[in-house]
Design a protein around this ligand. Structure first.
Ligand code: 5GP
Ligand code: ZN
Length: 114
């Protein structure tokens, strides 16, 4: 397991700071966003610290993260649909530099996202 000692999501993964856990499984943790933008707003975070999607060499490893996000959305009961968002880098609006998938649902989404 790779970890960055200054990373807030690594600390949540290690249960060193509290979060509202939704699910956890092989290689990931899912918890509620502290500042929800939809009735359901879950962050799916891989256990291994990698800053963003550009840091993945292993397509299988990255794919497992998306499979996990789809499972969590299903468990959350988001039958009408949901949105997965992966903000990447400063222009992408990323503020926590540990890859995470936003799972947003419980309302209909707008496009373009802004
Ligand atoms: P980003 O902007 O990097 O894509 O998303 C980071 C997300 O993490 C934001 O939606 C923010 O509300 C959430 N967040 C930041 N710090 C914490 C925290 O300590 N706990 C939880 N549960 N969410 C956090
Ligand atoms: Zn981290």
């Amino acid at each position: 397991m790779t970890r960055d000692p200054s990373c807030i999501f690594c600390k949540i993964v290690a249960r060193e700071i509290p979060a509202q856990l939704v699910d956890s499984g092989d290689g990931y943790v899912a918890f509620r966003d502290i500042n929800p933008q939809a009735p359901s707003h879950i962050l799916l975070v891989p256990v291994n610290h990698k800053s963003d999607v550009t840091q993945y060499d292993d397509a299988q490893e990255l794919g497992e993260v998306f499979k996990a996000a789809a499972r969590v959305a299903e468990k959350e009961g988001l039958k009408g649909g949901f949105r997965l968002v992966v903000n990447t880098g400063d222009d992408g609006g990323q503020t926590v530099h540990h890859l995470h998938i936003h799972i947003l649902g419980g309302r209909s989404m707008n496009w373009p996202p802004g």
